[in-house]
Design a protein around this ligand. Structure first.
Ligand code: SIN
Length: 318
């Protein structure tokens, strides 16, 4: 059953297609993201009228333009809201394109015990059949659900963990998937069917990370992604190191395998003090195992999340 207390849920708006507007209601691609205020998004969902909600507009961007400063501000805002006793959860309206990166960032930096629910939409708010209103209602349902915790993503009726969620389609309304782990829960008619335990995170490391980002971060450690592919010569690696990269994520083939030329270039960079993680460009499965002598594996993390992970590890190293 949903929570019946008077606890409040804070909705932080950051933009995205969920807040997008197009000239014609039939146009689901030629719109501008981040146009409709979070207050108006809430007002468009009559079923939310009875909920104790507070709305704050934190940003109004297309999430392809997400940057580290906004992540820092978002993490601080979420931490401040969660610290309020009367706040039971935070919902973040976000673009779909970088939602999984923001989710991983918040998971690692906050390790929240209250729910932090990211939601999004594939169709603009002006569409004939927008998906945002249902996703927002579902996100608020999850936010108030007894026992729910951690950084979660809610879209198309599924509740997904920050670790597992990944955008897998560029157009379909059902755009997110969760690899083999599956969703944590399903939202069905404002009820949750919980399938798996709620996620846990490393609270000790999060405490150190949140402390680190309470200060202005003058320079985020530069971490770039390089892809392994046929004909790869590894020449990007020294170029990125010359640009100041302190970390490199290799988006490998299959189980994180790398073209010999790229691997050679990465080993040279590693010997110069550059941190390296090896991920997979396959859409599921991550990298399994760590054979002796292989470059360090990113495990189940997608290349985009591995980049966030490496940047945060380097931030802690100073
Ligand atoms: C964005 O990520 O802000 C635009 C695309 C979307 O939300 O689907």
């Amino acid at each position: 059953m949903p929570s019946t207390t008077s606890a409040r849920t804070v909705i932080l708006g950051t933009g995205g297609t969920i807040a997008g507007r197009s000239q014609a209601a039939s146009d689901n691609v030629g719109y501008r993201a981040g146009e409709v205020s979070v207050a108006d998004l809430l007002a468009a969902v009559p079923a939310l009228a009875g909920h104790a909600l507070e709305a704050r507009q934190l940003a109004q961007i297309d999430s392809k333009d997400m940057d580290h400063a906004l992540w820092q501000g978002l993490a601080q805002a979420v931490a401040d809201e969660l610290a309020r006793e009367e706040v039971q959860a935070v919902v973040i309206t976000h673009g779909t394109d970088t939602l999984e990166e923001t989710a991983w960032f918040l998971h690692r930096v906050l390790a929240p015990t209250k729910p932090v629910v990211l939601t999004a939409a594939m169709r603009p708010a002006s569409a004939l059949m927008p998906d945002g209103p249902q996703n927002l209602l579902d996100a608020v349902t999850v936010a108030g659900w007894p026992g729910a915790r951690g950084v979660l993503a809610v879209a198309a009726g599924r509740v997904m963990a920050a670790e597992d969620v990944r955008k897998v389609h560029g157009y379909r309304v059902d755009a997110f998937a969760t690899d083999e782990a599956g969703p944590l829960a399903l939202v069905q008619e404002s009820q949750l069917r919980v399938l798996r335990p709620w996620p846990q995170a490393d609270a000790d490391e999060a405490a150190r990370l949140v402390q680190a980002i309470r200060q202005p971060v003058t320079q985020w450690p530069r971490v770039d992604i390089v892809t392994s592919h046929a004909g790869c010569d590894g020449a990007l690696v020294p170029a990125l190191v010359a640009l100041g990269a302190r970390g490199l994520v290799a988006e490998g083939t299959g189980n994180g395998t790398l073209h010999a030329a790229l691997e050679g270039a990465l080993r040279t960079a590693q010997s110069q003090g550059v941190a390296v993680l090896r991920a997979s460009r396959c859409w599921a499965g991550g990298v399994v195992g760590q054979p002796e002598g292989a470059l360090p594996s990113a495990g189940l993390l997608t290349p985009a999340k591995a980049r966030v992970e490496l940047m945060l590890r380097l931030l802690l190293q100073g």
